[in-house]
Design a protein around this ligand. Structure first.
Ligand SMILES: Nc1ncnc2c1ncn2[C@@H]1O[C@H](COP(=O)(O)OP(=O)(O)O)[C@@H](O)[C@H]1O
Ligand SMILES: [Mg+2]
Length: 484
C-alpha cells in the first residue's frame, strides 16, 4: 500500500496549534523563498544577456567609428582566459556566404540587428550594424554567454535557497516562543487543586487567549456557585435535623426515667443508641459543610503542640474506655499558619479513627516533628500511629470519599465522613494528609504543613485551648512519652 503523505501531515498538524503554525509558515517561507529565487534567477539571466548584447553593439559601433581592420578577433586577455569567450568581427560581403575568421559561415544577407545563428556545432549570437563599406558583424558563442548568464542568475538564487532552511528554523523558534503564554496558562491551571475555583488572571495573558480564559472563568464561577448551593443545602438540611433529633433525644431520656418493663427498656436503649449515631452523622455533615467553605479567615501563627495536646486530652476518655495506650511521643513542632479550630477537627477525626479501629489493648502514638527540607523550608509533621488493621493500599484513595466506610459498614459508629472532612481541612490549611501502613502493623496517618519561618518579632500565638493539661508539658518542647 502506498502511503499518502498529505493526510498524514494533515493529521500530524491537526493535533497541535504549534505544528499547524509551523507547517503553514514553513510552506509560505518555502514557496516565497523559492519563487523569489526563481524570479531573481530569471532576471539575473536576462540582465546578463542584455549586457552581453550591449557589448556586441558597442564593439560594432567602435569598429564603425574607428574603422578597425575587418576580419579581426578580439581574444580575451589573461593566461586563464577562456578562448571560447572571444569576439569575432567581420565585414560582410554583399553576396554569397561569408566565412568568418574561425570558420563560422554567415549568410551574407543578414538584416541589421541581433541574431542567433546555428553554425556547425555551436550557436552564435551575432549583431549586424549597417556600414557604408559593407555591414559589420560582431559574433560571440551563445554557450559562453549562457554560462555567464546562468552564473549571474545562480549568484542571486543560491543565497535565497540557503536562507529558506534558516528561515524555517527561525519560524519554529518564533512559533515556540509565541506559544509560551499558552503553556504558561496550562501550567497555571494544572497547578490548581480541586478547591481553587477563583478566576484565572486575565492581565498576564495575550489578547487572543482572553476570550478563551474568560469562558473558563465563567465556567469556574458557575461551578463555584453550584458547589456553594450544594454545600449550603447540606448545611441547612443538617442544621434543620439537629432540632428534631435533640427533641427526640430528650423524649427518649424522659422515657428512660419512667418505670418500664425490661424488654421495653432494652428497646429504648437501642433507640437511644440510634439517636446518638444519627446525631453524630448530622454533626459530621455540618462539620463537612463548614470546612468546605474554603480557607478560614482566622488563620494565624499557632503552636501545633497545643492543639495536639488539646485533642489528646479530649479523647483520653475514649482511649481509656477502649483500654488503648494513648501517648504523645515527640512534640517538637515549629509554629504553623493555621486555624486552630480546623486543625483540632482534623486531628480529632484522625485520632478518633485510630482509637476506634485499633482493637482493645492496642497502642496509639501521637508525634509532632519538624523536618528541614533540602530547599531550606521546614515541614511540620503530625503523626497518628496505631496498631489496628490498617487500610489496604488500593482502598486508601477510596477511604477519603464521603460516606465511604470500606469494610466497616457493619460497625455501628461512624459516618464515613471523617477522612473527607480531614482532607478538606488539609486543603484549607495548605497541608496534606498521607496514609501509610506501618511495617510493624497498623496505620500511620501523617498531616504535614509548611512551618512558619521564625521571626523574632512574631512569637507563636497561644490559642484559647487549655495548656496546663496535667499529662503533657505545656511549653511545646520535646518531652518524654507522657502517657504510659
Ligand atoms: N486508623 C484506621 N485504621 C483502619 N481503618 C481506618 C482507619 N481510619 C479510617 N479507616 C477506614 O477508613 C474508613 C473511612 O474513615 P472515616 O472517613 O473516618 O469514616 P468513619 O470513621 O466514620 O467510618 C473507615 O470506615 C475505615 O474503614
Ligand atoms: Mg472516622
Amino acid at each position: 500500500m502506498r502511503l499518502n503523505p498529505i493526510p498524514l501531515l494533515r493529521h500530524w498538524a491537526a493535533q497541535s496549534l504549534r505544528r499547524r503554525l509551523w507547517l503553514w509558515m514553513t510552506i509560505i517561507v518555502a514557496v516565497a523563498g523559492l519563487s523569489t529565487g526563481a524570479v531573481s534567477y530569471i532576471f539575473g539571466y536576462q540582465e546578463a544577456n542584455e549586457l552581453q548584447d550591449a557589448q556586441l553593439r558597442q564593439i560594432a559601433s567602435l569598429v564603425h567609428r574607428y574603422g578597425l581592420k575587418p576580419s579581426s578577433v578580439i581574444e580575451p586577455h589573461g593566461a586563464d582566459a577562456d578562448r571560447d569567450a572571444r569576439f569575432i568581427i567581420e565585414r560582410l560581403r554583399t553576396s554569397g556566404t561569408h566565412t568568418l575568421a574561425n570558420g563560422l559561415a554567415l549568410p551574407s544577407k543578414l538584416t541589421p540587428g541581433m541574431h542567433t545563428i546555428e553554425a556547425g556545432a555551436h550557436s552564435w549570437r551575432v549583431f549586424v550594424r549597417q556600414d557604408s563599406s559593407g555591414d559589420i558583424a560582431v559574433a560571440q558563442r551563445t554557450s559562453v554567454r549562457n554560462e555567464a548568464a546562468v552564473d549571474s542568475g545562480l549568484r542571486t538564487l543560491v543565497p535565497m535557497l540557503t536562507l529558506v532552511p534558516l528561515l524555517v528554523l527561525l519560524v519554529s523558534w518564533v512559533v515556540r516562543r509565541a506559544l509560551r503564554p499558552v503553556r504558561r496558562l496550562a501550567s497555571l491551571v494544572d497547578a490548581r487543586d480541586d478547591h481553587r475555583l477563583d478566576p484565572l488572571p486575565l492581565d498576564e495573558v495575550p489578547l487572543e487567549l482572553r476570550p478563551f480564559l474568560a469562558s473558563i472563568n465563567s465556567l469556574l464561577a458557575r461551578v463555584a456557585s453550584m458547589l456553594e448551593r450544594e454545600r449550603r443545602f447540606v448545611a441547612d438540611a443538617a442544621h434543620e435535623l439537629r432540632t428534631p433529633i435533640a427533641a427526640l433525644t430528650l423524649q427518649a431520656e424522659n422515657l428512660d426515667h419512667t418505670a418500664l418493663p425490661t424488654a421495653t427498656r432494652s428497646r429504648l436503649h437501642n433507640l437511644q443508641q440510634g439517636l446518638t449515631r444519627t446525631r453524630a452523622v448530622v454533626e459530621q455533615l455540618l462539620s463537612l459543610a463548614r470546612v468546605q467553605t474554603g480557607p478560614a479567615s482566622t488563620q494565624q501563627r499557632i503552636d501545633p503542640a497545643q492543639v495536639v495536646r488539646h485533642v489528646l486530652e479530649d479523647l483520653m476518655p475514649l482511649a481509656e474506655q477502649r483500654r488503648i495506650d494513648l501517648g504523645l511521643e515527640r512534640q517538637d513542632g515549629a509554629p504553623i499558619l493555621a486555624d486552630s479550630t480546623q486543625l483540632y477537627t482534623l486531628l480529632r477525626n484522625g485520632l478518633d479513627n485510630a482509637l476506634r479501629y485499633t482493637p482493645e489493648g492496642g497502642r496509639v502514638d501521637l508525634a509532632l516533628s519538624t523536618e528541614s527540607a533540602r530547599d531550606g523550608r521546614s515541614w511540620v509533621h503530625i503523626d497518628i500511629a496505631d496498631t489496628g488493621p490498617g487500610i489496604a493500599a488500593q482502598d486508601m484513595d477510596r477511604a477519603f470519599q464521603p460516606f465511604e466506610r470500606l469494610d466497616r459498614a457493619a460497625e455501628t459508629t461512624g459516618s464515613g465522613l471523617g477522612l473527607a472532612i480531614m482532607r478538606n481541612i488539609a486543603q484549607n490549611l495548605g497541608g496534606q494528609i498521607t496514609l501509610d501502613n506501618r511495617p510493624e502493623g497498623g496505620l500511620r496517618l501523617r498531616y504535614s504543613q509548611l512551618a512558619q519561618p521564625s521571626t523574632a518579632t512574631a512569637p507563636a500565638v497561644t490559642q484559647g485551648t487549655p495548656s496546663s493539661h496535667p499529662l503533657t508539658q505545656d511549653n511545646g518542647r520535646p518531652g518524654p512519652r507522657t502517657v504510659e
